[in-house]
Design a binder for this molecule. Structure first.
Ligand code: ADP
Ligand code: MG
Length: 633
């Protein structure tokens, strides 16, 4: 008898096991999916080794998965003739967690309200799910490497495991023997096992035998003609592939023959992957060569901004023994990749054109990631046409505007596409900077996703129209556009003397604000507001600067210009006060209040308490006037 050695699970494994064992899950059956998926991976790896010409133990063993069960003893076993594991591999693969992130995993499990089925698979911790149903697990495994001995691994999943070298002659592959907990005995019932395999593992490419009967029936559906496949089959395959519980939003099934042959079956999920930020690496398409899986989650078939797409690509024209490391340098592969990408973009173009509502849904879910495509210069034209924004012409937050929509209704003589950025539609709709644009019926794109402005700044132009931030538009350029409402005309212009007083008032205001502003000037853009701030150099919006500041990039303290609207009733009154006493305290208060309000508007007010204090004083005063006015005792 060989010596048995005890090992302790790594701390993060213990923590994970604790979560899995001590919670009652509704979908414990997924442990079977995970074990079958591991068996299938092991078979894929073996096939990969053999195409590379490695020397392999038990060379002629068929590649398959066998499941047997003992109803009396409540034992379930899953056997594969895959790659197997050596002692060292056992210790690193099962005993530690390769990826960091147990904490995030625990958090997600907690948030998932008892249904961790899709989280477990995605996190690459599938094996441990076996402890949801077992009191003891015994693994017997023999590596494909001829010199490696067979190994037994045993654990109750509580804190440690034992490893023993086996003397018995064991053929290549792995057997997982599960001693079921009393409350999990349904997993030695044939119908339950059969249902579970059909539900979760139907598309496994190796045969799965349950007590001699082959259970999985489906072939590589991406190779079948489109017309022969029903929606249910697509949905089922998608769920198998993605661990999603819902059917996909879109199915793109392509069969391309020239110049390079490939089949692609791609899916766009209904919901964006909410784990995306925890699990950044979990994307990519499965690459097959002549039905043989070459690589799971290949990340070079599609650019990252299309990483929400799931699916498989299978080609006849790549060599079976291609190595994953050199894929990117393979000309055939890169051609397939660019064709897959352009197929996805064309699909989206069609969708945007023929199913506007559907495209809105798509944009809501995946737009955030899609926007990151501004770096894809090869597909720039298509990318730009697929972008969407909200705008001052949209009737509500939901309506989306493309550049083409904008240009289709652009005013005669308008050479620029205007945009403004801020925190949300409501705030932008009342932003003083767009008053004149609204008044002249000029459409302004609303950017309220932080990434929007990066996108706009990098694309700069749509066709011949320059993209321009409203506050950097030269007001002279707007002269030729008629006022839609003629609001400005309703106000009597200032009398000549008052005009002079107004300019003196502006100087006074400048001296009050002194170092806080670059200048105080008459505004040509304001209609309804008394004042607003603009930059000297406004290639970057206040919003963008705020973002850069948050990300700790120093953009320097920039002094702005305060623009004052001479036609506003408040300003007219100020002129009167100023005429009577140019040093009146009231002018000081109002000036500072206007400045702080303008800062607040753009989200850059740093000392709100001062504004509030002043506002309260003013309200107190006006309440006295109000009481007098109403003759209240
Ligand atoms: P994942 O499959 O995402 O890597 P798992 O927890 O399911 O995570 O499995 C951990 C590792 O254990 C696998 O990556 C693999 O190296 C090894 N393993 C599990 N089951 C088998 C098996 N049947 N044959 C060979 N190796 C296996
Ligand atoms: Mg696994």
């Amino acid at each position: 008898m060989n010596e048995t050695k005890k090992y302790e699970f790594k701390a993060e494994v213990k923590k994970l096991l604790d979560i899995l064992v001590h919670s009652l899950y509704t979908s414990r059956e997924i442990f079977l999916r995970e074990l079958i998926s591991n068996a299938s991976d092991a078979l894929d790896k073996l096939r990969f080794e053999s195409t590379r010409g490695s020397e392999i133990a038990d060379k002629d063993l068929p590649l398959e998965i066998k499941i047997t069960f003992d109803e009396k003893k409540k034992i379930l076993t899953i056997t594969d003739s895959g790659i197997g594991m050596s002692r060292d591999e056992l210790i690193t693969n099962i005993g530690t967690i390769a990826k960091s992130g147990t904490d995030e995993f625990a958090k997600l499990i907690a948030e998932s309200k008892g249904d961790p089925s899709n989280i477990i698979g995605r996190f690459g911790v599938g094996f441990y799910s076996v402890f949801m149903v077992s009191k003891e697990v015994i693994i017997k495994t023999k590596s494909y490497k001829i010199s490696e001995p067979a190994i037994e691994w045993k654990s109750d999943g509580l804190g440690d495991y034992e490893i023993t070298e086996l003397n018995d002659k064991i053929t290549r592959g792995t057997t997982v023997e599960i001693h079921l907990k009393d409350d999990a005995e349904e997993f030695v019932q044939k119908w339950k096992l059969e249902n579970t395999i059909k539900k979760h593992s139907n598309f496994i490419t190796f045969p799965i035998y349950l007590d001699k009967d082959k259970v999985n029936t489906v072939s590589a559906i991406w190779r079948e003609p489109k017309s022969s496949i029903k929606k249910e089959q697509y949905d089922e395959f998608y769920k198998f592939l993605s661990y999603d519980t819902e059917p996909p939003m879109d199915v793109v099934h392509k069969s391309v023959d020239a110049p390079i042959q490939f089949n692609a079956l791609l899916f766009i999920p209904k919901k964006s992957n909410e784990y995306f930020y925890y699990d950044r690496e979990n994307y990519g398409l499965d690459l097959y060569v002549r039905r043989v899986l070459i690589q799971h989650k290949n990340k070079d078939l599609l650019p990252e901004y299309l990483s929400f797409v799931k699916g498989v690509v299978d080609s006849e024209d790549l060599p079976l023994n291609i190595s994953r490391e050199t894929l990117q340098e393979n000309v055939v592969f890169t051609k397939i990749a660019s064709s897959v990408t352009s197929n996805v973009l064309s699909y989206l173009q069609d969708k945007a054109k023929n199913n506007v509502e559907g495209y809105v849904e798509f944009w809501k879910e995946h737009g955030k990631i899609f926007k990151l495509g501004y770096m894809d210069f090869t597909n720039h034209e298509k990318y730009i046409e697929l972008l969407r924004f909200n705008s001052s012409s949209a009737k509500d937050e939901k309506e989306l505007v493309s550049f083409a929509d904008y240009v289709a209704r652009i005013k005669e003589g308008q050479k620029e596409i205007y945009y403004i950025s801020g925190t949300n539609r409501d705030a932008l709709a009342v932003d003083p900077h767009i008053e004149i644009f609204k008044n002249k019926g000029l459409e302004v794109l609303y950017l309220y996703d932080p990434v929007d402005e990066f996108v706009i700044q990098s694309i700069r132009k749509y066709k011949d129209y320059e993209l321009k931030l409203v506050s950097s538009v030269d007001m002279k350029d707007l002269k030729n556009f008629q006022n839609a409402e003629e609001k400005k005309a309703e106000v009597e212009p200032l009398a000549k003397d008052d005009q002079k007083q107004f300019y003196s008032l502006l100087s006074k205001m400048k001296s009050i604000l002194s170092s806080r502003v670059e200048d105080v000037v008459e505004s040509k853009r304001l209609v309804d507001s008394p004042a607003c701030l603009v930059s000297k150099d406004d290639s970057m919006s206040a919003q963008m600067k705020k973002i850069l500041k948050m990300t700790k990039q120093d953009v320097g303290i920039e002094k702005k210009i305060l623009e004052v609207n001479p036609d506003h009733a408040l300003v007219r009154n100020l002129v009167k006060v100023f005429k009577a006493d140019s040093n009146d305290e009231f002018i000081l208060k109002v000036t500072e209040q206007l400045m702080d309000s303008a800062l607040l508007q753009e989200g850059n007010l740093e000392e709100p308490h001062k504004l509030i204090k002043r506002l309260n004083e003013m309200m107190e005063q006006s309440s006295s006037w109000y009481v007098d006015l109403k003759n209240i005792k």
